[in-house]
Design a protein around this ligand. Structure first.
Ligand code: TYC
Length: 105
């Protein structure tokens, strides 16, 4: 009678990729300009980004003094939609107010 060989079970050597990946996040950036009234910038920041009065003032003043300020981070679609809506709110009043987006490192 032949003796049966013991079965050798080995783990696969390849690593499988985790199935859930964190979505990449995008910053919404507020750019300073010389024309948009401060109060209007604050109003847009509160309305579109749900910042408190205090947060909105700090973000506005930072952009005013340094040229740019990060408003918040979102997934790509949300960041782009909010940046466009906020920029359009300025445009509707004839202001050059500008929001852009950029990927986080
Ligand atoms: N610099 C503008 C002014 O003096 C105010 C302002 C602040 C405009 C921040 C845009 O992102 C901005 N009226």
């Amino acid at each position: 009678m032949p003796v049966p060989m013991p079965e050798i079970v080995t783990k696969p050597r390849t690593k499988t990729k985790p199935q859930i990946e964190r979505p990449k996040l995008y910053k919404v950036i507020l750019l300073n300009d010389d024309f948009t009234p401060r109060e209007f910038v604050v109003t847009v920041l509160k309305g579109e980004f749900k910042l408190s009065e205090d947060q909105a003032r700090r973000v506005m003043i930072t952009a005013h003094q340094r040229g740019v300020c990060v408003v918040a981070v979102f997934t790509r679609d949300v960041a782009e939609t909010k940046a466009t809506r906020a920029t359009d709110a300025g445009k509707a009043k004839g202001y050059p107010l500008m929001f852009t987006t950029e990927p986080e490192e």
